[in-house]
Design a protein around this ligand. Structure first.
Ligand code: ADP
Length: 250
């Protein structure tokens, strides 16, 4: 299912934070919002999630206008930097939670919920940790649980805000591959907010480079490096030319 972001603008106390943002995300596509701190990435993601509202513009999801639809009715899965796991529940109970909370009419039977949780834990490569509690997990393992939990509700889209930024570099690298694999296997569109060029290049199909509330350019890693549309994009991605010539990730 595709998302069309049409002419979104937002300001705080008279200061424009997003300025006529337009972006189309295809069904099954993984797009990164990449830019320096303060460029408006999180605000845009929160507007897509329905946690904040734009002053102008529209969001169309699968052709339906969802601009004014409240967050929970959008059914988007979310993963943030802080691991918001339920500490008193086992890993498998954490993943099953969203399904157990569904109204009876749409709630799968108990064995089906357990099977779904197990499948997702396998997909996240943490099937062996199902019986543990969050306090017994590493930071990387906790984020794998958070991913599995976000996918358990069968979200219509996956939204990620700097999900790995609290983790150390080596663990982050391992998680990038896992995230991309999971998203492709599940087949939903995803949006990742990050300020880390390498992370965006490794995970996303396309990257939207943001600066001061605007999208400067959208393209594949290759397109951005070969044909930067603005001096900002060229400068922001300067270090990545090297990265590409090493053949890493692209
Ligand atoms: P990014 O995610 O790219 O770091 P943000 O979307 O968090 O950028 O912030 C963009 C700008 O909006 C920043 O200048 C920030 O200070 C401002 N901002 C974000 N949230 C609020 C808020 N609730 N109230 C006032 N200003 C805000």
């Amino acid at each position: 299912m595709a998302l069309n972001i049409e002419n979104i603008s937002k300001s705080y106390g008279g200061n424009p934070v997003l300025n006529d943002v337009r972006l189309d995300i295809a069904a099954g596509e993984f797009v990164a919002l990449l830019g320096p701190s303060g460029s408006g990435k999180t605000t845009l993601l929160r507007i897509i999630a329905g946690l904040q509202y734009a002053e102008a513009g529209r969001l169309l999801f699968d052709g339906e206008d969802i601009t004014g639809v409240e967050a929970r009715l959008r059914r988007f899965g979310m993963v943030f930097q802080s691991y918001a796991l339920f500490e008193h529940m086992s890993v498998e109970a954490n993943v099953a939670f969203g399904l157990k909370m569904r109204p009876r009419a749409t709630r799968p039977a108990r064995p089906a919920i357990a099977a779904k949780a197990r499948d997702l834990l396998e997909l996240a490569e943490i099937g062996h940790l199902a019986k543990r509690y969050p306090s017994q997990l590493s930071g990387g393992q906790r984020q794998r649980v958070a991913l599995a939990r976000a996918l358990a509700i069968e979200p219509r889209m996956l939204l990620l805000d700097e999900p790995f930024s609290a983790l150390d570099a080596k663990i982050r690298k391992g998680l990038r591959g896992a995230l991309r694999d999971m998203q492709k296997r599940v087949g939903i569109s995803a949006i990742l907010v990050t300020h880390d060029q390498e992370e965006a290049f490794e995970i996303a199909d396309r990257i939207a480079v943001m600066s001061e509330g605007r999208i400067e350019q959208v393209g594949t890693a290759d397109e951005l490096l070969r044909r930067p549309a603005t001096p900002f994009v060229a400068e922001f991605l300067e270090g990545m030319a090297n990265y590409q010539s090493q053949g890493a990730g692209i």
